[in-house]
Design a protein around this ligand. Structure first.
Ligand SMILES: O=C([O-])C(=O)C[C@H](O)[C@@H](O)C(=O)[O-]
Ligand SMILES: [Mg+2]
Length: 418
């Protein structure tokens, strides 16, 4: 089953003004959709970041993969490793440092997912079966709360409304839980003074007793502030995500707070695991196949985490249904991924490049799609429409900070901020 063609299509979709430590989400989020087609006429789907420098690398690598068998992912990795010469970093900086290895893994991941989609279709089995088979029929996700403006400046309010204080955050949680049935809650912090974010978590604990809660300020706090927050939220947080900026400061926090620390920022590539383990910096790793090198490599990292006593959750950026399907197959096949995963799906509010039906939420969980491969089909009209949106929207790389500075020129992403 040799690759005969790869189509790479950047797309844009509406995104609400979600606030984070880097600034605020722009009106359009970007993704790149990859279709790998084989000489036998089977095709597979991948989804990845839409930032221009990453898109260019995906395009360049796509050409170099024609002729490779879809089973030969080592050869696919080798070719991509040769081509991805320099480091690609996120402008928003919310997924940790950029390294050469991570840049290669980020490009490779989308092709690996598409190859697994093809291999599943060829064998007549879902991708989860290529990863060892399901250990759960449905994958729990958490309600991913954000402080947010009522709407983008100059536009009408969106359907989610404003959430600028603890009451607004509780209201947002109710809105998402009523619609999706989520049974865990994550609050994106690093936006307001830590005391306000502590108050928001306390308000959530009161409104949703017994529901696991997490807080993620994206490395906005000093070690001292992180320890203060950790002690304030003793017995309330399930885990505290990336309070401090690097492995040594996370280790200093971990030694002094009662709950486990989680990360998708200080451990983002295999080379970060040994120092993080040695220093006891984290108790939970947020996997993300988009930068951990695809589904198979993520499963290997998960096994390693099991060996070394790290718990697992899953990280998410703004994404569409191909990614949600891939995340769900991976999580369904990963026995030690016991925490509910992050997803931005509710914020995309039904916009998608995949045909409706295969993916749905029931009680906050996504049942593993049954069809062969990823189990999702491309909606070509939606793809064309979202590509037109990409061409028209004028955004080519995510820049939460630049967008925020249009409204608050003094806004700074200094870390730690508090
Ligand atoms: O640390 C995290 O969980 C993230 O960085 C997830 C997303 O990037 C989130 O912060 C966002 O989209 O603003
Ligand atoms: Mg995080």
């Amino acid at each position: 089953m040799k690759i005969s063609e790869i189509r790479v299509t950047p797309v844009a979709f509406r995104d609400p003004p979600l606030l984070n430590a880097a600034g605020v989400h722009e009106p359009w989020a970007l993704r790149t959709i990859v279709e790998v087609i084989t000489d036998e006429g089977l095709s597979g789907l991948g989804e990845t970041y839409g930032d221009l420098d990453h898109l260019q690398k995906v395009r360049q690598c796509a050409q170099a993969l024609v002729g490779v068998d879809v089973h030969h992912t080592n050869e696919i990795y080798r070719r991509i490793d040769t081509l991805v010469g320099d480091v690609v970093s996120d402008l928003h900086g919310l997924t940790g440092v950029a390294t050469k290895e991570k840049s290669v893994d980020r490009v490779f991941a989308t092709f690996e997912v598409a190859c697994l989609d093809i291999r599943g279709k060829a064998a007549g089995v879902p991708v989860v079966d290529l990863l060892g088979g399901r250990v759960r029929d449905a994958v729990p996700y958490s309600a991913y709360l954000f402080y947010k403006w009522a709407g983008h400046p100059g536009e009408p309010d969106d359907r989610f409304g404003a959430a600028l204080d603890p009451e607004g955050i509780v209201e947002q949680a109710r809105f998402l839980i009523d619609r999706y049935g989520f049974q865990s809650i994550k609050l994106k912090g690093g936006v307001y003074e830590p005391a306000q974010e502590v108050a928001a978590i306390r308000a959530l604990a009161e409104a949703f007793p017994g529901v696991p809660l997490r807080l993620d300020p994206n490395a906005s706090w000093t070690v001292e502030t992180s320890i203060w927050v950790g002690k304030e939220l003793d017995g309330i947080l399930q885990y505290l995500e990336d309070p401090a900026v690097d492995i040594p400061s996370m280790a200093a926090v971990a030694a002094n707070v009662p709950m486990k620390l989680a990360t998708n920022m200080c451990v983002v590539t295999p080379a970060h695991l040994p120092p993080a383990l040695e220093q006891g910096a984290i108790g939970v790793l947020l996997l993300d196949h988009h930068y951990w090198g695809g589904l198979t490599r993520s499963a290997q990292v998960a096994a390693l985490c099991g060996t070394f006593g790290l718990e697992l959750s899953m990280h998410s950026n703004s994404h569409l249904g191909i990614s949600l399907a891939a995340m769900t197959h991976l999580a369904a096949a990963t026995p030690n991924l016991t925490h509910a995963c992050d997803t931005h799906t509710p914020w995309q509010d039904g916009q998608d490049v995949v045909a409706p039906g295969a993916l749905r939420f029931a009680d906050g969980a996504v049942p593993v799609p049954d069809g062969p491969g990823l189990g999702v089909e491309l909606d070509r009209d939606a793809l064309a429409r979202m590509h037109e949106q990409y061409l028209a929207c004028g955004i080519t790389s995510r820049d939460d900070t630049g967008y925020m500075q249009r409204f608050e020129p003094a806004f700074s992403t200094r870390r730690p901020r508090w």
